[in-house]
Design a protein around this ligand. Sequence first.
Ligand code: FNR
Length: 189
Amino acid sequence: MTYNVGYIVGSLSQKSINRKLALALSRLAPPELRLAEIPIGGLPLYNHDHDPNYPAVAQEFKDAIKASDALLFVTPEYNRSIPGALKNAIDWATRPYGSNVLNGKPSAIIGASPGAISTAVAQQHLKTILSFTNSPVMGQPEAYIQFTKGLIDDESGHIQVPATADLLTGYMRAFAAHIRRHHHDIPHL
Ligand code: FNR
């Protein structure tokens, strides 16, 4: 069986190292996973006045999540948490009340930073949020990628350090197994 995995990059930067990581992950993923980005950059800031008349861009975002079998969050850490743009996207995904498209959707979290502890704290915060939104999130393995110059080839998206390539290959295999275990949790409304 093939699974469509939507990946959400928590950075809006054109030069995002996390988008580079996402591309590398799509190269490393087992053939049963088809990865495509679900962009969040066009979403306005959420507030509940939008609920009766959801903007088309937000509805399209929710529809893209609905059409995915699983979600992969590839995010930077901002001030020891997740970027506001990512939290905003999650808020859009869960509203109006009763139409949370993260409900039951298998997910995994990964991220890159130049810092030594990488995105560890942001990932823990995101796990807490996804637990509330009832998205079965992969607990293990975890992957905290310290981004160094030359880690990913800009042209091909291939990881240049064999030990990191092995780690990420194992991570994506584990994610495929996680999706197989949980894809039946998605409510078919
Ligand atoms: C950062 N950065 C950062 N790094 C980190 O490891 N922990 C942190 O808490 C923060 N905080 C933080 C706040 C803000 C506002 C910015 C702009 C940056 C550095 C961050 O890891 C670095 O800029 C990455 O390049 C961001 O990822 P993208 O956008 O390149 O994918």
